[in-house]
Design a protein around this ligand. Structure first.
Ligand code: CUA
Length: 333
């Protein structure tokens, strides 16, 4: 019985993992460049499968006929044997490798290349940090983290850079990956055919919490995107309630303000994410936990438990101060 239960749990876990992968599967493309990449993958898979099946079949035949002398149908001819080795050992592999090189490196890579500036409607700059993504919109004041909004069916020029080590920006359903390299900008086209949420992941090992460095791209209908961007451009509102105002004081008089920026307040830290509109985000800590009641408190209480190695310390606030701080943070919309 326990064994059957264990098997059921394993199947459920595998299904859940597969569903999670589906959210960022390169084989479920939602843009032109991602479709080109997926098509290339299927072709490479088909060619590789053909060769795999062919090789295994030949091995099988040679094993089954191991007691017979010579090659089936061809007999014992040294010239033919040499011919087969040259054909299948050199000519065919060389031809296939050249063909796949031409298709992948000369055709598909160009189709997924950085877009020409004149062909895009807007620019978003994404800066990789250990371990979150800082997101800025063109020359506007809008700053957010980890959750990128773009208008659907709009060509967006994404500029990738890093504040520390090498990261890699990858939203598999929308395009290939680009590395974020110190002192060098890389660009990529961000485009989505359909409104929706597209998950991405840092694709270059960048330290202890590399695995907890994910991001969402939300492709919104244009009006919704514009409303979101207009809100993001605004500084934080002055807290409306006395508790929130006291919470703001807690934020400013503790370490919070030296690491985080809240636009419109004296908090100008640049170590952690911009918190001006914290509650517009659906997740915390680069998608590690949902941004729902309870989780934010857990995070502030003990960030090292949730994401060991990140730069945020536990503040050891008194109970009342902790609650005021949360009230203030939850007012940042
Ligand atoms: Cu950032 Cu891996």
């Amino acid at each position: 019985m326990t064994r059957r239960l264990g098997a059921l749990v394993a199947i459920a876990a595998a299904a859940a993992a597969a569903a999670g992968c589906g959210e960022q599967s390169p084989l479920d493309p939602q843009s032109g460049p991602a479709r080109d990449t997926a098509t290339l993958w299927w072709w490479l898979f088909a060619v590789a499968s053909l060769f795999f099946v062919g090789t295994v079949s030949l091995l099988l035949v040679s094993w089954l006929l191991r007691k017979r002398e010579g090659i089936p149908l061809l007999g014992k001819s040294p010239a033919l044997t040499t011919g087969l080795v040259v054909a299948f050992g050199m000519v065919v592999p060389a031809a296939v490798l050249v063909a796949t090189f031409v298709v992948s490196d000369l055709v598909v890579i160009h189709k997924t290349d950085a877009p020409r500036a004149a062909t895009t409607a807007m620019t978003i700059t994404v800066t990789g940090h250990q371990w979150f993504w800082e997101v800025r919109y063109g020359n506007t004041t809008a700053v957010t983290a980890n959750e990128i909004h773009i208008p659907v069916k709009t060509r967006v020029n994404l500029v990738g850079r890093t504040a520390d080590v090498i990261h890699s920006f990858w939203v598999p359903r929308l395009n290939r990956k680009i590395d974020l390299i110190p002192d060098h900008d890389n660009r990529i086209l961000l485009y989505a055919d359909e409104p929706g949420r597209y998950r991405g992941q840092c694709a270059e090992f960048c330290g202890l919490q590399h695995a907890h460095m994910s991001m969402y791209v939300f492709a919104d209908p244009p009006e919704r995107f514009q409303a979101w961007l207009d809100n993001m451009k605004r500084p934080a509102q002055t807290p409306a309630t006395p508790a929130a105002r006291q919470g703001e004081q807690v934020f400013m008089s503790n370490q919070c303000a030296s690491c985080h920026t809240i636009r419109g307040t004296p908090a100008r830290g640049e170590v952690g994410p911009d918190l001006t509109h914290l509650m517009t985000r659906t997740t915390l800590a680069a998608l590690t936990i949902p941004n729902r009641k309870g989780y934010l408190g857990d995070w502030v209480l003990d960030p090292q438990h949730i994401k060991p190695g990140n730069k945020m310390p536990a503040l050891n606030l008194s109970g009342p101060d902790f609650r005021r701080l949360l009230t203030y943070l939850e007012s940042l919309r």
